[in-house]
Design a protein around this ligand. Structure first.
Ligand SMILES: Nc1ncnc2c1ncn2[C@@H]1O[C@H](COP(=O)(O)OP(=O)(O)OP(=O)(O)O)[C@@H](O)[C@H]1O
Length: 261
């Protein structure tokens, strides 16, 4: 039995959505979704463009409020909590678009990430030199994300693939317990996808990861569990094998016309 499944057997949920909906005007972007993501698992969200994946992430992280339903984080009802409060409770996330300070070095980006989310105000005028503790943590993060020799390089001078890895390192800077990764391989060349997938695969198993990914091979290769969204609703939820072979998923996502959703 894998460590992930033994964690799952304990039944502790990292995040749980109960009957969650979100409307934009007349459009139900997320429609009555209930989803329980067990602590220690790697859970991938798939679904066609516009299915509601990013909106669901924003409802988990607190960047958007729910129109209906409840969100719990590590057993606590956080439905009314701000994104900052959820972040302090251990939720980290990345975005589809790279979000690094391109004029700053890798180290400076990480120092700001640690300060910004450590409870203090993010202040660009304060020193971006790390103290000894932060310096050791930066070593760890760089090693974890395959950027060991890039510490003093300006972020904007690195390849796009390395910038995405830096973004991952930034999201890990404050030791999240639950990490939401929004298409970490988006825009990467086939040669850059491998290192990204490998880096995610090697992240500590106790870190719960929810991942949105369009690259099926990468997604299903990383996943313990998969959920497929379609027009805001949960179409299927299960192991990669179960979801891959689900007729409804094949019909709407993989493009076979063998069945209707
Ligand atoms: N702020 C917003 N205002 C209005 N409509 C929105 C807003 N955000 C998302 N939507 C709509 O909600 C639906 C779901 O969008 P969402 O971005 O969550 O889908 P997605 O599955 O992440 O898509 P993609 O794979 O293309 O990123 C879409 O129809 C989108 O146009």
């Amino acid at each position: 039995m894998s460590r992930a499944s033994s964690a799952a057997d304990k039944g502790a949920a990292a995040i749980e959505l109960r009957g969650v909906s979100r409307s934009f005007g007349g459009l139900k972007a997320v429609d009555d979704v209930s989803l329980r993501i067990q602590a220690g698992t790697r859970h991938v969200l798939i679904g066609p463009n516009g299915a509601g994946k990013t909106t669901l992430f924003a409802l988990m992280s607190g960047e958007l409020s729910v129109s209906a339903g409840k969100v719990s984080l590590f057993g606590q009802d956080v439905t009314s909590w701000s994104a900052m409060r959820r972040s302090r409770a251990g939720l980290g996330r990345t975005y589809q678009i790279t979000n690094v300070f391109s004029g700053l070095s890798v180290q400076e980006n990480l120092v700001l990430a640690m300060r910004g989310r450590g409870g203090g105000q993010l202040n660009m005028l304060t020193s971006t030199r790390p103290d000894a503790v932060s310096s050791a943590r930066i070593d760890e993060l760089l090693s974890m994300c395959g950027l060991k020799n890039r510490r003093d390089v300006r972020a904007g001078a690195m390849s796009y693939g390395e910038q995405r890895l830096l973004e991952l390192a930034i999201s890990l800077a404050n030791d999240p317990r639950l990490l939401l990764l929004d298409e970490p391989a988006a825009g990467l060349s086939p040669a850059e996808r491998g290192p990204m997938a490998e880096t995610i695969r090697r992240l500590p198993r106790e870190l719960t990861i929810v991942l949105i990914e369009h690259d099926m091979e990468l997604a299903l290769g990383l996943a313990d569990r998969v959920s497929c969204l379609y027009y805001g609703s949960l179409l299927a939820d299960g192991t990669p094998e179960e979801v891959r072979s689900d007729e409804k998923v094949q019909s709407v996502y993989f493009g076979t016309a063998s069945s209707h959703a």
